[in-house]
Design a protein around this ligand. Structure first.
Ligand SMILES: NC(=O)c1ccc[n+]([C@@H]2O[C@H](COP(=O)([O-])OP(=O)(O)OC[C@H]3O[C@@H](n4cnc5c(N)ncnc54)[C@H](O)[C@@H]3O)[C@@H](O)[C@H]2O)c1
Ligand SMILES: [Zn+2]
Length: 369
């Protein structure tokens, strides 16, 4: 299924993708669509691959033909550094890549961010195609044009906004993605479900009791990605509405920082979604019933609801440090109802403190006081 820039999807109506300037393909096997796309470009091609999906990248290179070289790199969050970018740039030069060379990056979110950044800087920028092989990459990282790497001082601090030429979600490759990493993407699916509201949220409630490996991933990815794409299209440089996508992330990022990243991003966002629900409840935005539905869904998906730290001052300091905090005031993205989420909401400090204390405890009746 290939969506063009006018949103002409063959399987899913994609009117909201109209404003995204690049096509997105979502299929169990994207090799034919990728080969076709490359052919129509008529350029030299180099494939960059996360070593963990090297076999898949080799298969894609064979589908493209023309003796397309595959350069495999060991990645992982710890290698998402400028040093790895330098190694990739040198490898591109050694492979004879020039300004016209199309670079295809294959892998998860780390690969997309790092290879995308390398492509944005190689010879001041060469065309890049993102082949997403993890759930996080498919529903989140590959869309939106943010590329970059981590610095010692923090995550994603060096980078560039650069749209890919196209995005391919290689849904079949999820079969080899370890369950732990598949689960990482679930919190973002729930986040998108809360933003989109009823149908999207209910679809997740229906799927949640079923084993992850049996989910209809092609549809799930398409539906979830559409929600991110809609906000990105509206706000490409993250000046406003795109902040909605930060739902659950203000507290989530703080938990990641305070626990020194021992809490994974997906887990932190799950707890952050509970915190956002609590903040919304206590500022009379959200209903008990819907808050409980969100908690029940997160729990059913095996995601945590209890913060691993009760150090409220450290969490507040981390939130203030978050690049999304503007002019000192803590701003939150909070649900009013499933399908209606507000951004830029300021909440009284004592309410924030009370909620940070509450998420340290198991959910229960006190949730609604
Ligand atoms: N640019 C953005 O807007 C954006 C958005 C969200 C996340 N991110 C970034 O994405 C990264 C997280 O992404 P991630 O969870 O995909 O991490 P990841 O890329 O490290 O992938 C997780 C693990 O799965 C492996 N893997 C990936 N696909 C596989 C497959 N099909 N089969 C077997 N193994 C596979 C990887 O090698 C890695 O070990 C973070 O660095 C985060 O900052 C970026
Ligand atoms: Zn996230």
């Amino acid at each position: 299924m290939l969506w063009d820039a006018r949103g002409e999807a063959r399987r899913v109506p994609m009117t909201t993708l109209d404003a995204l300037p690049y096509p997105i393909a979502i299929d169990t096997d994207i090799s034919a669509a990728l080969a076709q796309f490359v052919k129509s470009r008529g350029r030299r091609v180099v494939v960059l691959a996360d070593r963990n999906v090297e076999g898949r990248a080799e298969a894609l290179a064979r589908a493209i033909g023309r003796k397309t070289p595959v350069l495999a790199v060991s990645l992982g969050e710890r290698r998402k550094t400028l040093r790895t970018v330098e190694a990739v740039l040198n490898a591109l030069a050694a492979a004879g890549a020039d300004r016209e060379t199309l670079v295809i990056g294959v892998g998860g979110g780390v690969a997309g961010d790092l290879f995308g950044f390398a492509a944005a800087t190689y010879m001041r920028g060469v065309p890049f195609v993102n082949v997403a092989t993890s759930l996080v990459a498919m529903v989140d990282a590959s869309i939106g044009g943010k590329t970059g790497v981590d610095l010692g001082a923090g995550k994603n601090l060096a980078g560039a906004f650069r749209d890919p030429l196209a995005v391919f979600c290689d849904v079949g490759s999820l079969a080899t993605l370890p369950e732990k990493h598949l689960r990482e993407g679930l919190a973002e699916l729930v986040k998108h479900g809360i933003i989109e509201g009823n149908e999207a949220f209910e679809a997740l409630e229906t799927l949640a009791p079923h084993p992850l490996r049996k989910w209809p991933w092609e549809t799930v990815v398409a539906d979830s990605l559409r929600i991110k794409a809609m906000f990105v299209a509206e706000d490409r440089l993250e000046a406003g509405a795109r902040e909605i996508l930060n739902l659950g992330h203000t507290v989530g990022h703080a938990i990641e920082r305070v626990t020194n990243y021992r809490t994974s991003h997906g887990h932190a966002v799950s707890i952050g979604l509970r915190a956002a629900g609590l903040l919304a409840l206590r500022t009379d935005r959200f209903s008990n019933e819907e808050h409980l539905r969100v908690l029940a869904l997160l729990a059913l998906l095996g995601l945590p609801l209890i913060a691993p730290t009760g150090d409220i001052n450290a969490l507040l300091a981390a939130m203030a440090h978050d690049k999304k905090a503007r002019a000192g005031a803590l701003r939150f993205v909070l649900p009013r109802t499933l399908g209606d989420v507000e951004y830029g909401v300021t909440v009284p400090a004592r309410t924030v403190r009370a909620v940070l204390g509450r998420v340290r405890q198991a959910p229960g009746n006190a949730e609604f006081r």
